[in-house]
Design a protein around this ligand. Structure first.
Ligand SMILES: Cc1cc2nc3c(=O)[nH]c(=O)nc-3n(C[C@H](O)[C@H](O)[C@H](O)COP(=O)(O)OP(=O)(O)OC[C@H]3O[C@@H](n4cnc5c(N)ncnc54)[C@H](O)[C@@H]3O)c2cc1C
Length: 438
């Protein structure tokens, strides 16, 4: 199946799955004497609940599911559809009360029954989950704490919602309907067990060891991993993996990093890691021999996915890492296609992997344009930030035939993207990698 067909298949399957509870509602016996609005509210609640259950599948990093879109798009969808799902779930009690205000007592934890209490708890969990995700930074929640909270709230919300459905009993009024709901709940719990227990246990058999930690410029370190055993990690240039560096794969702390090495070397992987926080700031102190666990490869940001007559790569700061992987792979493959690289950073000494780029310029058809924000006085190259004018000065004449790959700080990516659009570069030829999935 090609990527378009595969994408179409997954979207169709998604729609079918979220509508299954509505189909089940339509199968007799249906509860009698209920208004249209009441039935509509239940249908909306069911669709919202199923969407939330499917969220567990979306974030499970199943490669078949993520490959057609790229995991960043899936995670973006996960965030946006969560808001739709929560609105649908909230519409359920809202319509019920509007339809018959005497039902307001169900929203009182002391006035209702256990079915309504479970529903209230589920809604409370969901709202907390959404608020903590939208305002994580303002609430000063570390990424790891937020992730744990997110998981616990998500599981609890589903469990209480399922209890509500079972206790209300109106649409689980036959053994087989009840069995379907129980099986769905069991599948969700099974998925969490798979993600948190079985998959890490499997990773234990395919672990890696730190072979080298090499300081690079600009507060960056090159972390080199080698397999312990005969396994390999075949990846496409530009992809990334989640890295765990604790002694156990069961830790919740894992961080995504792009491969910076050549995709032709699946037995020696390199990541360029810039010290930005707790985990990345400790990389320089990681001793060789430390056990590492990888979940990957992931991501759709790759030249292998988009063959072209030539490329323009645009990097800002540590955004050079996936691009270095492109270049190293092209050099190893003796790829003759021309490449122009724009690489922006603060000054000449903060350009990570500058020496590696100089070597690549000799080996392949590569033209590097460095753009320095605070260069030394005698700097003869581009100064300031990367603008459309800088691009105009160096882009090849046949620029519209090339594909553009951009990775860097969000403001730089937005500005360059806009500049390319203004220069009539077709959208399908512009590819961006954001270093922020949160
Ligand atoms: C696809 C992708 C590729 C990346 N490639 C590189 C790379 O090659 N080199 C590099 O230096 N950095 C890369 N990053 C960024 C890197 O993952 C973060 O800088 C790192 O996780 C920060 O963790 P910390 O504990 O050091 O800092 P913190 O201060 O804890 O985190 C800083 C920010 O990084 C994000 N972050 C933290 N932990 C995670 C996590 N587990 N998953 C997702 N986001 C997280 C959050 O937005 C957080 O606010 C990449 C990110 C993504 C999404």
């Amino acid at each position: 199946m090609n990527r378009v067909m595969s994408g179409f298949f997954w979207i169709s399957l998604y729609l079918l799955v979220v509508l299954v509870p509505v189909f089940l509602m339509l199968i007799p016996p249906a509860p009698s004497g209920r208004s249209f609005w009441l039935e509509l509210s239940v249908a909306l609640g069911f669709v919202g609940l199923t969407q939330i259950a499917v969220q567990f599948v979306l974030i499970a990093r199943f490669k078949r599911l993520t490959a057609p879109y790229g995991i960043d798009i899936i995670l973006q969808y996960h965030r946006q559809i969560a808001l739709v799902a929560v609105c649908l779930v909230l519409a359920h009690p809202l319509i019920i009360v509007i339809d018959n205000p005497s039902r307001l007592k169900l929203l009182n934890p002391l006035g209702g029954n256990w079915a309504s209490r479970c529903a209230l708890l589920s809604v409370l969990m969901l709202v907390t989950l959404v608020v903590s995700s939208l305002f994580r930074e303002r609430l000063k929640l570390s990424y790891e704490r937020w992730r744990l909270l997110h998981l616990l709230l998500g599981v609890a919300a589903i469990v209480f919602a399922q209890l509500h459905v079972s206790m209300a009993g109106l649409y689980t009024n036959t053994l087989w309907k009840h069995a379907i709901w129980v099986a769905t709940s069991a599948a969700m719990v099974g998925l969490v067990v798979y993600l948190r227990v079985l998959r890490p246990a499997w990773q234990r058999n395919y672990h890696w060891r730190v072979a080298e930690v090499r300081p690079e410029r600009g507060g960056t370190h090159a972390l080199v991993l080698e397999p312990v055993g005969n396994h390999r990690m075949a990846f496409a240039p530009g992809q990334f993996a989640w890295l765990k560096l604790e002694g156990t794969p069961f830790t919740l702390e894992e961080h995504p990093f792009s491969f910076s090495s050549s995709a032709e070397r699946s037995d020696r992987l390199e990541f360029g890691i810039k010290a930005l926080g707790d985990f990345s700031g400790r990389i320089g102190d990681v001793p060789p021999g430390t056990r590492a666990f990888l979940d990957g490869p992931h991501g759709a940001f790759s030249i292998d996915r988009y063959p072209a007559v030539g490329y323009v790569f645009i990097a800002g700061g540590v955004g050079i890492t996936p691009i270095l992987s492109f270049l190293r792979t092209m050099a190893d493959r003796e790829d003759p296609r021309p490449v122009t690289l724009f690489y922006a950073d603060t000054d000449w000494d903060s350009l990570a992997f500058r020496e590696a780029l100089a070597e690549l310029e000799v080996k392949m058809d590569l033209h590097c344009v460095y753009v320095l924000k605070e260069p030394a006085e005698d700097w003869k190259g581009e100064r300031g930030v990367l603008t459309g004018e800088v691009l105009d000065r160096h882009l090849p004449k046949e620029k519209l035939a090339r594909f553009f790959f951009i990775c860097g700080p969000p403001p730089m990516m937005a500005a360059v993207h806009e500049a390319l659009q203004e220069r009539d570069v077709p959208e399908a030829r512009i590819h961006l990698e954001k270093f922020n999935l949160a």
